[in-house]
Ligand binder design. Structure first.
Ligand code: FES
Length: 150
């Protein structure tokens, strides 16, 4: 059983990694991105305030949802690195990410509809296949052969 932790406790990068399950290299990366922050000891070693655990937990959730770190950064903009994120901070981040997931869901639905339009005949026609040329978008760029955007 773990001992109770003081709120002002500072954690080494190894302890952060152990408690969050996030690799040390990833923690360093998150720090370079400004998603988390550490203090330095006199020996120049990183020490993380305990509330950084919650930030890393949220980053991990975002990663699991496929939310880009750029969106995580936006969500963290209103949460100072020096303070513990509140319930409201998390609620705000959650609302933003729900919008991102909703946009993604709508994109998948559009792809499903285009897949329905494609009869899977193998023609790969730039004119007829709705997967290759949704809404005849390439028609706007002129006629003739062209490179398929990837
Ligand atoms: S491959 Fe023929 S319509 Fe899509």
């Amino acid at each position: 059983m773990e001992a109770a932790h003081r709120p002002d406790e500072l954690l080494s990068v190894g302890e952060m990694s152990h408690r969050t399950g996030v690799a040390v290299s990833a923690l360093h990366y998150y720090e370079r991105l400004g998603l988390i922050a550490s203090l330095r000891t006199s020996g120049n070693q990183r020490r993380y305030p305990r509330h950084m655990l919650r930030r890393v937990a949220l980053i991990s959730v975002a990663k699991r949802l496929g939310i880009p770190l750029e969106n995580v950064k936006e969500a963290f903009e209103s949460v100072p690195l020096s303070s513990t994120p509140t319930h409201e901070d998390w609620q705000r981040a959650s609302r933003r990410w729900k919008k991102v997931l909703e946009q993604r869901r709508q994109g998948i639905e559009r792809l499903e509809q285009e897949l329905t339009g494609c009869i899977g005949c193998g023609c790969l026609s730039m004119k007829a296949c709705s997967l290759l040329n949704p809404d005849d978008q390439l028609g706007d760029t002129g006629s003739g052969a062209r490179r398929i955007p990837v």
